[in-house]
Design a protein. Sequence first.
Length: 509
Amino acid sequence: MSSTAATEPSLASNSAAKKKNNKKKKNANKSKEPAQTSNGDARIDKDELDDEPDTPTTAEIPSTSNVDNTEEPKSETNGHPVAPSNHDLPEPHAPAQQPDGESDTSAKLEAMSKEREALRAELEDSNAARETAEEQYQTLLGRVEKIKETLSDRLKRDKAELEEAKEHIEELEAQNEELRNAAESSSESLAKVREELQDATRELTTLRSRNNLSANNWGKEREELIRSIQHLKEEMETTSNAMGEWEVIAMEERSIKENLGDKVAELEEEVVGLREGYEAAAAERDSQATLIDNLQNALREIQDARKKELRDLVETSEAQLQEQKKLVQEAVAKATEAQEAKAELVKELERTVPFEKEVKEKNLLIGKLRHEAIVLNDHLTKALRYLKKTKPEDNVDRQVVTNHLLHFLTLDRGDAKRFQVLQVMAGYLNWTDEQREQAGLRTPSSPSLSADIFSEPSSARDRESLAELWAGFLERSAQEGTSDGPSRKGSTSSVATAGVTIGRPESRS
């Protein structure tokens, strides 16, 4: 018993030292590669098989007692030693140590199972980390795709805005063509104005082409697509505003010269349109001045940016110096062309100043004509009332005849109403064929002008009297005078208050 008691402390000390060494080896192996999970289970199983302790038997115990106690078994896998064989014990006491070896093996197996569980937990953690990394990678890919989609949407929007601006320019050009087609029916006095308008449109097209070329050249050299698109929008807006201004000016001049040859009733509506157009032209002229200033500022900014780029290119390489100088010369030439275009526009604005005086003079003339039209309209209405009240067929109102004669004299020679007024007067005064020939209503070879514009079939003409024909003519004239709408009535109300008062018409028996 004393020998067994002496050997137990030595075995305990040896096993404690070996356990410490095994723990150090385990920690070293864990710190090397924790992420190697593919072959982890196989290695763990192999280690478990290798680490199974060899239970001491009587055959393994050496017969000699002088064996060196420092020798240790070399069946170590993954840092776990095999249970030592107690060489210091004598042969009779070897079977008594088997229960202690079994307890050590069970403890080692538990430790190995714990280590295996720890390795599995580490493997699961590494797998979870890998999955999270993959999820983050997928989210980053989704964000990149969203950014690409937003950029493509912005580019599409910019392209759509460019197309809308181009469509707007095409619509304005179509309107310009329609106005030109409408102007073909005007008199020969508008030929000079048309030529000037064509020259202006040609200048506008040249300016537009130059601006488009310059915009395209700058757009190729610019790296940022959004700034180039905005620059093109500004250029298109300036050209469209300039074209609209020229169209407004042309429409004003055309309407002014057409209104002089139109009817008195149409003059009132066109005067209102001329006033509105003049105000719009003044507003457009102010806006054009601001646009010219903006263009100058934009040209200055572009020139400054271009000079900076040229300086940078000169510092980087001397090989590109000549090309950059050529580009600077082209930019200066374009700036001079823009200045010349500006000077031409200023000259055109100065040229339109005399037209303002003509507009004022023509407004005065239109006011006089309006006053005369109001007076004649009053005369016609009064004569109509008088004819409705008086039924005798042979009554002739001298006031009506004089007013109609004055109306006849105020009409132009090419107006169709002159012939109608002469026919009415001839029928009203019962002129003979000779008197009609003298007035130019008939020729000697032509038949009698009994079938004038108021004539109807013979059966109906026999039933109608001269007074009824005269009343019908006055009713049509009054309707033409009052069909211009409330706008003309409002404009002529101030003139109507100062009209000439006409007395009650006198009847001739």
